[in-house]
Write a new protein. Structure first.
Length: 231
C-alpha cells in the first residue's frame, strides 16, 4: 500500500535518536480500542491513544514485490479486566489500522504519523494465566479477493441483505409446484357471445367457430374441435 509522510516526520525519522511510536486502532462492536507503544497517552487525530509501553507488541509488517496479502499480529499483555472484555466480542471483519509516528525531544507527537497498515480483524485469541495476553491477527483486505462470494436466490439470503424485502418469499414453494400450461384434456370450452355471430333462441349471439385445444395428456399438437365436440 502507498504511504505518505510529512516533512517533519521524515526529518525526525532521520535524526540521531529517533523516538518512534506505533498507534493501533481496532474497531470493536462496543467501541474503538486505541493504544500506542509509548508509556503515556497521546492525542492523535482528535482521539486519545492509551500508552501501553512494553506491554504491547506489533509483529513485523511484511511486504512483497508481488500482489499478495500480508498480515500482522498485535499483542497486549498485563491488561486489566475492563479492557479484556473486548477480546470476547465478535469483531471479525471489522477495521484495524496501525500508524508509525515520532516524538520530538519534548516527547510531543510530530505531525503526522504515517499509516503503515490498514486491514480487517481476522481472529482474536486470549491466553489466561498469571499474566493475561490478547492477540489480534489483522489481515490485508486483498484476502477478500480469494474468498468465494456465494449468494443464493432464496428468501433467507435476501433477508440477510435487505430485511423485509418479500421479492423471493415464495421461491421455495416453486420447487415442487406443479404448473399446467394450457388445457389438460380435450373438453368443450364454452365461448363467450360476440357481436356479429349467429343468434340463439334467446337472442344472444353465439360464436360457432371451432376452438383449438391442446391435449397435454397425449402429448400431441393442437386439435380443432367444433361446437358440438366433433372435429
Amino acid at each position: 500500500m502507498s504511504r505518505t509522510a510529512t516533512a517533519a516526520t521524515l526529518t525526525e525519522s532521520t535524526s540521531e535518536a529517533p523516538r518512534a511510536v506505533l498507534f493501533a486502532e481496532l474497531d470493536y462492536p462496543s467501541g474503538f480500542v486505541r493504544v500506542n507503544s509509548s508509556d503515556r497517552a497521546i492525542v492523535f487525530s482528535s482521539n486519545t491513544y492509551k500508552g501501553v509501553g512494553e506491554l504491547g507488541a506489533v509483529s513485523s509488517i511484511g511486504e512483497a514485490s508481488e500482489l499478495q496479502a500480508s498480515g500482522l499480529e498485535l499483542s497486549l499483555t498485563g491488561i486489566d479486566t475492563a479492557n479484556i472484555a473486548h477480546a470476547f466480542e465478535n469483531a471479525q471483519g471489522r477495521a484495524g489500522k496501525v500508524w508509525l509516528g515520532f516524538l520530538d525531544t519534548n516527547y510531543a507527537l510530530v505531525a503526522d504519523p504515517a499509516l503503515m497498515f490498514s486491514g480487517r480483524i481476522d481472529s482474536v485469541s486470549v491466553e489466561l494465566g498469571q499474566v493475561g495476553t490478547v492477540r489480534v491477527a489483522l489481515e490485508n483486505r486483498i484476502v477478500a479477493w480469494e474468498r468465494p462470494k456465494v449468494r443464493r436466490y432464496t428468501n433467507e439470503d435476501q433477508q440477510q441483505r435487505f430485511t423485509g424485502d418479500l421479492f423471493l418469499e415464495f421461491v421455495a414453494q416453486t420447487v415442487n409446484k406443479e404448473l399446467l400450461w394450457g388445457v389438460g384434456s380435450l373438453e368443450q370450452v364454452p365461448r363467450q357471445p360476440s357481436s356479429g355471430s349467429a343468434t340463439s333462441s334467446s337472442g344472444a349471439g353465439v360464436d360457432d367457430s371451432p376452438i383449438t385445444l391442446v391435449n397435454l395428456d397425449q402429448g400431441r399438437g393442437g386439435q380443432r374441435i367444433g361446437p358440438e365436440g366433433g372435429p
